[in-house]
Write a protein that binds this ligand. Sequence first.
Ligand code: ATP
Ligand code: MG
Length: 568
Amino acid sequence: MRYSQMFLPTLKEMPSDAEVVSHQLMLRAGMIRKLTSGVYSYLPLGYRVIRKVEQIIREEMNRAGAQEIFMPTVQPAELWKESGRWGLYGKELLRFRDRRDSECCLGPTHEEVVTDIVRYEVKSYRQMPLNLYQIQTKFRDEIRPRFGLMRCREFTMKDAYSFDVDAERADESYRKMFEAYNRIFTRCGLKFRPVEADTGSIGGSYSHEFLVIAESGEDAMAYCEACGYAANMEKAEVARPEAPATQGPLLPLQEVYTPEVRTIEEVCAFLDVVPERVVKTLIFSADEVPVAVLVRGDEEVNEIKVRNLLGCDVLEMAMDDMIQEVAGSPRGFVGPIGIKCRVLADYSLIGLNDMVVGANKENYHLKNVNLERDFQVAEFADLRVIRESDPCPRCRREMRFARGIEVGHVFKLGTKYSKAMKAVYLDSQGQEQHMVMGCYGIGVGRTVAACIEQSHDDHGIIWPLALAPYHVIITPVNVKDKALAAAAEELYAELAAEGVEVLLDDRDERAGVKFKDADLIGIPMRVTIGPKNLAVGKVELKMRNTGETKLLTGNEAKAAIVAAVRSL
Ligand code: ATP
Ligand code: MG
């Protein structure tokens, strides 16, 4: 491609509405342009990178035995009603009516559609395992689209769906996808980590997220280098503490007047105690049934763990009237003694004695409260958010924490959709069985954004060769110099003939301008053709990632470039 003819609108200035580096650089490098909130067009340079990622995904999905299909964006509401998600999916699902007044939505994901295809076409155990995937446009009406392609409303996703005869074969399909994902993100040149993730309310199943390590990531992970345990923060388990030492005599229960003292900080300041001695009592509404969750004052309740333990669909903080009903007091003075609902306690309460709790009486707290003696709990469980000081839940050695960007998600679905939508087959005994499913997503644009987050410098993007829009840029420093232009043209033709993707910067611009643009758009190799070097038969080959330069003959440069590209 000749730069002079390329539609490559680079920007010198930092775009004011872009907060993260990848978004800034994608705009500056002329890769994308915004149409409306969370909706982007891919320009030629950006689309080349998108297609590179898609191609790597495609090759690895095919290698793993998945077959490519393409499903529609517009989906009928009936399917979503059948699966039960029409009522559960929130406003992210963009719903509308067509001219026949039929309810439709734009697909945020395709479990319903693919299950609909498979239930009509797959009748026998002999037709499985089956794994169907597509690389297709999704629409999710995200509440806060931001960071460019990282979190948009319309985006390209690779989504795959596996169908198996039983849980064991489904595990095998899952494992294959897990391996394919490792290969995909490795080939994309990313530093990433698969972590255990929450599966939501689908009991008994499991899932992993693939997180690209990046400070700007919206996700946080906890991992143990000793035993390999790694989990998303919201999923990361906290070990049950070792049995506490036997306690001495307990102090007598005492009611204290604490006017307008509601928060943990206020309680600690007023009673001069540390947060570790205070117990937070939180009232939740679990499918509209009140539940109290106790956690130490310095800890934070993990609502996902609470929801999973209770197995409820909707978990919310209770409203004032529910709190009044179970505690007989307003928010801020709630405690476990005499409360009229089920009481769950986090492991952090084990071994605590002489605690401070709300008195279930406005403007009062209780001191020297003790488990067993003063109140009972229905169950102890891991209900809090992991902290940096917590040991690994598996091997009890030190945990590490990092931030990351979720680029992929593999998910064992079990029979959730096959049961709801009656996707059944006949087994070898002629018995009807439900298919066991898995689903596997990769955000294509988000992967590109994550790559930039990980690989850039002050001058611009640093593409790994596998994702680069062009492998090499040839930069004659002055196109008016006939000899330089001719040498550049010759190398351009030769490299292109070898299958190298070459950009020839044939613009009549100063060398400095060309170098800046080449750095900004991140082309991995640059061949500079200047008069002094050319006079002795040499060109300069510069690597974008290391900054290393070499003086080579035209043939040597060509051989080095071809070798690098062939090694992909
Ligand atoms: P998130 O937690 O970031 O909202 P999700 O869990 O909703 O993502 P999945 O349903 O697992 O996402 O979708 C599969 C993949 O699609 C994600 O791993 C991510 O790479 C990509 N993805 C999801 N939502 C978006 C979005 N709004 N913009 C760009 N990519 C997205
Ligand atoms: Mg996810």
